[in-house]
Design a protein around this ligand. Structure first.
Ligand code: NAD
Length: 495
């Protein structure tokens, strides 16, 4: 295992910032660790505050001087070249993502890297074809007036991204921001800086003008994340990450009153009715609990199952959890990676202990499996299922972000809806039933930004994506992204 991981990253590289079209190998260095075995995969130059200021200045200059004046067709053609560049270096992106996250290579090959490229194509094409409002109105003199709106980019957009789907989530924001005519300063997570650095190389090679895309590495508080959030030269800020980080960013950004888009945490409920296609519900719930080792904001950590099938469901999900394979991420059989870091593992294991203290029955897992090889220095935990917790237990209410769920029985539709809604979060839900009317009814009643019926994580990139309550502010995806990354200005012309 360790040998294989070292083959992925044979030498420890240095990752630079990218500001004004130059790779800046300055600043103190921090380690980028492989969660598969705890070994360093890269050393990263942390941007200091002066470099963040320089990035803002470069982005401002490029906005006025290069990007905004560029004809839309040329801007969008450049973004297609960025997508081409990601695809041309697919294997490098794949290796970097797998080394940084430890996720199964087959997952990154099918989802993370292709979506990184697809985001540029989608938003480039969408911006070229998206219409805006136009209204004719009457006036007292009978001549009338014509209203039409145009999309105006904000200027310099800050993008702060998490580590769980590093390239996918970073480009989900960078692509529409650039397509809309903004320039960008991106800050990837300190845990996963590698694919963002490759993206800077691709931007450079594609001929994206200097300063249009800038990359600063670093942390949150007292580092690049905080400096971007409160910077008066950042005109809009888009963030994906934990809800309490979103609150800190909101406070930091308050004085400069900038538009914010927040995609935050979740404690998502899955609701399985007794009439559901049992096998499909088990397959879907297995993915919705354990995909990416439970480190997807959309994962289900609360599973409510109608009582007649409760015990059968618990047994079947237990079998699925125990069949997950924590092999070498490059092994096609691998279905379970490690958590992102030793620090995150300590947090997840803390919840494993807490749930026991709160009275959970541990159906499976609950600890750390020993492998007898280098994975023991990695960040693996056992996939875990609990029953028996009260809905008020912290383990049943707080986001854990690991391969774990609590399964509880319910007796009636109203009860299931009420318990699903008894949460500070409201990101996503999955409802499993063959009753079409009930599916629509429950989907409408559950407080969440996204509701899947008889499926999970089916994503059409044109659809609105985001959460309610602590799970976020605003919607991104398709036109919703364009509406965030540009201001719509109304122009009223008297005829
Ligand atoms: P995090 O909030 O710890 O970090 C996210 C990013 O914010 C990182 O780049 C980090 O350096 C930066 N950051 C941290 N503190 C900051 C501060 N005070 N000011 C500015 N920047 C700061 O989140 P994470 O641990 O990287 O990601 C996991 C979280 O992200 C989970 O809560 C998950 O649910 C959420 N998430 C949400 C979505 C969504 O679409 N809603 C998608 C993926 C992940």
């Amino acid at each position: 295992m360790a040998t294989r991981a070292r083959e992925i990253a044979p030498e420890v590289r240095e990752l630079s910032n990218y500001v004004g079209g130059r790779f800046e190998a300055t600043g103190s260095l921090f380690d980028d660790i492989m969660p598969v075995n705890g070994a360093p995969v890269a050393r990263v130059h942390e941007a200091d505050e002066a470099l963040v200021d320089a990035a803002v200045e470069a982005a401002r200059g490029a906005f006025e001087g290069a990007w905004r004046p560029l004809p839309v067709a040329e801007r969008c053609a450049l973004l297609h070249r960025v997508a081409d560049g990601i695809e041309a270096r697919f294997d490098e992106f794949l290796a970097a993502e797998v080394a940084d996250t430890g996720k199964p290579a087959q997952v990154a090959r099918q989802i993370d890297i292709p979506r990184g490229a697809a985001n540029f194509r989608l938003f480039a094409d969408l911006f070229k074809t998206a219409g805006t409002d136009c209204f004719e109105m009457d006036t007292p003199d009978g001549r009338g007036a014509l209203n039409y709106s145009v999309r105006e980019p904000h200027g310099v957009v800050g993008v702060i991204a998490p580590w769980n789907l590093p390239l996918l989530l970073l480009t989900w924001k960078v692509a529409p921001a650039l397509a809309s005519g903004n320039t960008v300063i991106a800050k990837p997570s300190e845990e996963t800086p590698a694919t963002a650095t490759l993206l800077a190389e691709v931007m450079d090679a594609a001929g994206v003008p200097p300063g249009v895309f800038n990359l600063v590495h670093g942390f949150g508080p007292d580092s690049a994340g905080e400096w971007l959030s409160r910077h008066p030269g950042i005109d809009a800020l888009t963030f994906t990450g934990e809800s309490r980080t979103g609150a800190a960013i909101m406070r930091a950004a308050a004085d400069t009153v900038k538009p914010l888009s927040f995609e935050l945490g979740g404690k998502n409920a899955a609701v399985i009715f007794a009439d559901a296609d049992f096998e499909a519900a088990i397959e879907g719930t297995t993915r919705s609990v354990f995909a990416n080792c439970g480190q997807v904001c959309l994962c289900s950590e609360r599973v409510y199952v109608e009582r007649p099938i409760f015990e059968r469901f618990v047994e079947a999900l237990k079998a699925q959890a125990e069949a997950l394979v924590p092999a070498d991420p490059w092994d096609e059989a691998c279905t379970l990676g490690p958590l992102i870091s030793a620090e995150h593992r300590a947090k997840v294991l803390g919840y494993y202990d807490l749930a026991r203290d709160e009275g959970a029955e541990v159906v499976t897992g609950g600890g750390v499996r020993r492998f007898g090889d280098a994975r023991d220095s990695g960040s693996y935990v056992e996939p875990t299922i609990w029953t028996g917790l009260d809905d008020s237990a912290r383990a049943a209410r707080e986001e854990i972000f690991g391969p774990v769920c609590h399964i509880a029985p319910f007796d009636a539709e109203d009860e299931a809806v009420a318990r699903a809604n008894d949460s500070d979060y409201g990101l996503a839900t999955a409802v499993w039933t063959r009753d079409l009317s009930r599916a629509h009814r429950v989907a409408r009643r559950i407080q969440a930004g996204i509701c899947w019926v008889n499926c999970w994580f089916l994503r059409d990139l044109r659809t609105p994506f985001g959460g309610v309550k602590l799970s976020g502010i605003g919607r991104e995806g398709g036109l919703h992204s364009l509406n965030f990354y540009a201001e719509q200005k109304n122009i009223c012309v008297k005829l």
